[in-house]
Write a new protein. Structure first.
Length: 420
């Protein structure tokens, strides 16, 4: 998609539950920002794509092939939250979209916005971008129900062919397959390192559970380091390099080595065991900038970090294939059916995802305008109730959208909007 195009065609999936409410607000904000930032010279033509529970009710298919074809054709799209039935029904549409379009990187920027109520003492110390592998691991969906012929056959093979005896209850076990590949690990870590280099970020932390799952999680860690060494030898270094300098030249030379690398914009490659990393999120967040994680660990980590900076209600996300250019930007929270239609949902996750989308297509002026206004409104406390300690002062979802649009016009009048 050319950044010089005057009109971009972008598919959108409205979403289930609160999806229509937050999408309506987000669309209005994006359209207004584009109009202001480019003096009516650019615009977005939105293409409605059916998916999710509403599509399932209407056609019996929660993800029609035509919808996938549209997302693939136009490459860049945005979606609201989609309902995933628990314990039955159709499989997660979010996961299906990621797998069928091979959107291998789930990218979640996590940075505290001043004014948001946080449960931790120093949320401003958190400034991380999480790269979660998006297509493998247990989320590949290869699992079999208890007592199914497939589960019995697989358990029998494990016990009798592979001579494994640690299935404690073979007659009452469901079973799933954990897949971690070298190719999948390599492309994810490569994208994380490239992001760190392009954005001048100091480190990439590989998060894994390789001390227990030595060939899958351990493989992810080892392949991650190999990726840095193979593809980024001139711009990455490790603690092993630091220790080698320390051993040969002493403590002072080793510290100078770190300082010089940082000054040159080089990226420190390091790793943490997943449970230790959860502690680091709270105790040592400044030690981590870009995170590369396997699918399941990345899922846990993303929501955990989001909770520290105010919740997933303000956390943006994108699912990207950096090789094909295909990307789906999304609200990172659920469809929240319990509050649907009440006009109290927080649209900021989808709005900030829209900012990511605009940056992805290099419409940075519009992205800057939205981001500046959002941070200003958060600081002023002009937000929905979930972000405030005093819930009675919260704005309705639609009221927040109207306030946001007025504030953008105010930025324009005061000369704060950047124009192309």
């Amino acid at each position: 998609m050319s950044e010089d195009a005057k009109t971009l065609k972008i598919p959108f999936i409205e979403g289930d539950g609160i999806g229509p409410e937050i999408w309506s607000v987000t669309k209005s904000i994006i359209d207004t920002a584009v109009k202001i930032a480019y003096d009516n010279d650019r615009s977005i033509s939105w293409i409605n794509v059916p998916a999710g529970n509403s599509s399932f009710i209407e056609s019996g298919d929660p993800l029609p092939k035509s919808s996938l074809d549209t997302l693939k054709k136009y490459k860049v799209s945005i979606k609201g939250p989609l309902t995933t039935p628990v314990g039955g029904g159709f499989r997660s549409i979010n996961v299906q979209i990621r797998q069928k379009l091979d959107l291998y990187a789930c990218v979640r920027p996590m940075k505290y916005a001043e004014g948001v109520a946080s449960p931790i003492k120093n949320p401003a110390d958190i400034d991380m971008v999480i790269f979660r592998e998006n297509t493998e691991d247990l989320y590949a969906g290869i699992e079999f129900d208890v007592n199914s012929p497939e589960a019995k056959s697989l358990i029998d093979t494990i016990e009798n062919t592979f001579k494994q005896t640690n299935i404690r209850f073979p007659n009452s076990s469901a079973i799933g397959i954990k897949l971690i590949s070298q190719e999948g690990s390599e492309r994810l870590v490569k994208s994380a390192i490239q992001y760190a280099v392009e954005n001048k970020l100091p480190s990439v932390t590989i998060v894994h559970k390789g001390n227990i799952m030595k060939f899958t999680e351990g493989g992810f860690k080892n392949w991650g380091y190999e990726t840095a060494k193979t593809f980024f030898p001139e711009v990455t270094y490790t603690w092993a390099d630091f220790n080698e300098v320390k051993k040969l030249k002493g403590e002072a030379a080793a510290k100078e080595f770190l300082q010089n690398n940082a000054a040159k914009g080089k990226v420190l490659m390091q790793d943490r065991i997943a449970d230790a990393f959860f502690q680091d999120i709270l105790l040592h967040p400044k030690n981590h900038s870009v995170i590369a994680a396997t699918n399941l660990n990345g899922d846990y980590i993303s929501d955990s970090v989001a909770g520290c900076i105010g919740g997933i209600g303000i956390s943006p996300g994108a699912n990207i294939n950096y090789e094909t250019g295909c990307a789906v930007f999304e609200a990172t929270h659920g469809s929240a059916p319990d509050i649907a239609g009440k006009d109290i949902a927080n649209p900021l996750s989808l709005i900030f995802s829209g900012v990511m989308m605009l940056r992805y297509v290099n419409w940075n002026e519009a992205a800057d305008l939205i981001e500046n206004v959002a941070l200003n409104l958060i600081l002023k406390g002009k937000v929905t109730a979930d972000l405030l300690e005093d819930k009675s002062k919260g704005l309705a979802c639609s009221e927040f959208g109207n306030t946001f649009v007025k504030e953008m016009n105010s930025f324009q009048l005061s000369g704060l909007a950047t124009k192309n």
